[in-house]
Design a protein around this ligand. Structure first.
Ligand SMILES: Nc1nc2c(c(=O)[nH]1)N[C@H]1C(S)=C(S)[C@@H](COP(=O)(O)O)O[C@H]1N2
Ligand SMILES: [Mo]
Length: 374
């Protein structure tokens, strides 16, 4: 595992040299960006129609390769600052009290392609969001059995996948503050929409951290380390920060920012994805979400810059899932611009322009669609 002290690439590291990626302007995507886009699928926006995303349509983000795991011999170790280190099999984990939560996950890099200049990485436009029913057990049950020591402050989660980023070799890992790790909604999950986890979503067991951007929900768990100091793994200490420039220590990326998306209306042109809609009443619909369990309170639809109130679905019991909305648009022949914008109960509103940062994270600017009405 990478530690802060080992960030300077050790001798013999074939990918030493730190960050070799430079920001780019314009719409031309590199071969590497296209290759990442082929590996990490997005939610086709018409699939926003499903309250719970069918598993094969759930967006995907994996940094390295999917590890090969034998569920029958897999074990999860819990150690570090605990009184009683644990090791559980999948069958043992399933004996713990079960909890199912409907959770909307969004990748922190969603919208990266809309930031200019752009950081070469997974070039999401707006499709890195989905909702699933995750079943597992609250992590606190295992932590309570392991009994963190009085000086424990943080819990690190290590995946079985391993690779290099910016010259640093590491297993994918993230951490949570101990108090957060003990919250009842933080789950060790082995099923998605009632089925065993698919290989790409972390089989046989992953973490789900509701309300946070997806990077916190570590897939393919191998080990949980209870720590007495902040976790210094690469994806925690170096990756996932909002930075204004490369010297900026930055602010850690945490909970999801408020956002809404609409199902593109009408029919598309195969290549450009431009839309054609027939004149008359058009039912626009979409979904809106925010992080940290804060409810979305309002969605507005912009028609050529004029904002109107959309109808929001009832809040319901799914505190960590997106909310549906719809709006009837009287479409008249010609060219039109459609937008949508959500606001939370805490008063946070989507901005019109992205809040630029070096890694292209947390872009929750309003979605804009160009529509031709016939
Ligand atoms: N072990 C591991 N966990 C991981 C990742 C990863 O690359 N390796 N990617 C993270 C990121 S950045 C996101 S957005 C979510 C995506 O989860 P999904 O692929 O199941 O949608 O997983 C997170 N957990
Ligand atoms: Mo992500």
């Amino acid at each position: 595992m990478s530690r802060a002290s080992s960030w300077a690439p050790p001798p013999g590291n074939p990918f030493a040299g730190g960050d070799t990626r430079f920001h780019v302007d314009g719409e031309a995507f590199s071969r590497e960006e296209v290759a990442l886009a082929n590996r990490n699928a997005g939610l086709p926006l018409e699939a926003l129609r499903y309250e719970v995303t069918p598993p094969g349509l759930h967006y995907l983000l994996s940094h390295f390769d999917m590890p090969e795991v034998d569920a029958a011999s897999w074990r999860l170790a819990i150690g570090g600052c605990v009184s009683s280190a644990q090791s559980v099999s999948l069958a043992e984990l399933m004996q713990y009290p079960t909890r199912t939560l409907r959770v909307t996950l969004e990748c922190a890099g969603n919208g990266r392609a809309g930031m200019s200049p752009r950081y070469p990485s997974m070039p999401w436009i707006s499709e890195a969001v989905s909702t699933a029913e995750w079943t597992g057990t609250p992590l606190r049950h295992l932590l309570e059995r392991a009994r963190p020591t009085d000086w424990a402050s943080e819990v690190a989660f290590l995946g079985l996948d391993r690779g290099f980023d910016r010259g640093v070799e590491h297993a994918y890992g993230r951490s949570l503050k101990l108090a957060h790790a003990l919250a009842d909604e933080v789950l060790l999950v082995y099923a998605m929409n009632g089925q065993p986890l698919l290989p790409q979503h972390g089989h046989p067991c992953r973490l789900i951290v509701p309300g946070w951007y997806g990077m916190a929900s570590v897939k393919w768990l191998s080990r949980i380390d209870v720590l007495d100091k902040p976790f210094d793994g690469f994806q925690q200490a170096v990756g996932y920060h909002y930075r204004k420039n490369t010297d900026d220590p930055g602010v850690p990326v945490t909970t999801m920012r408020v956002r809404s998306l609409m199902v593109p209306p009408g029919i598309p042109d195969w290549y450009t994805r431009r839309r054609l809609v027939e004149a008359g009443a058009v039912e626009l619909r979409g979904r809106a979400w925010a992080g940290a369990g804060v409810p979305v309170e309002r969605v507005e639809v912009g028609v050529n810059g004029q904002w109107c109130e959309a109808d929001l679905a009832p809040a319901g019991v799914h505190r960590y899932a997106w909310r549906g909305w719809n709006f009837t648009w009287q479409a008249t022949p010609g060219e039109h611009t459609l937008q949508c914008r959500a606001r939370t109960a805490a008063g946070d509103v989507q901005p019109m322009e992205p809040d630029w940062n070096t890694a292209g994270m947390g872009n929750n600017a309003v979605q804009t669609l160009q529509i031709t009405v016939r």
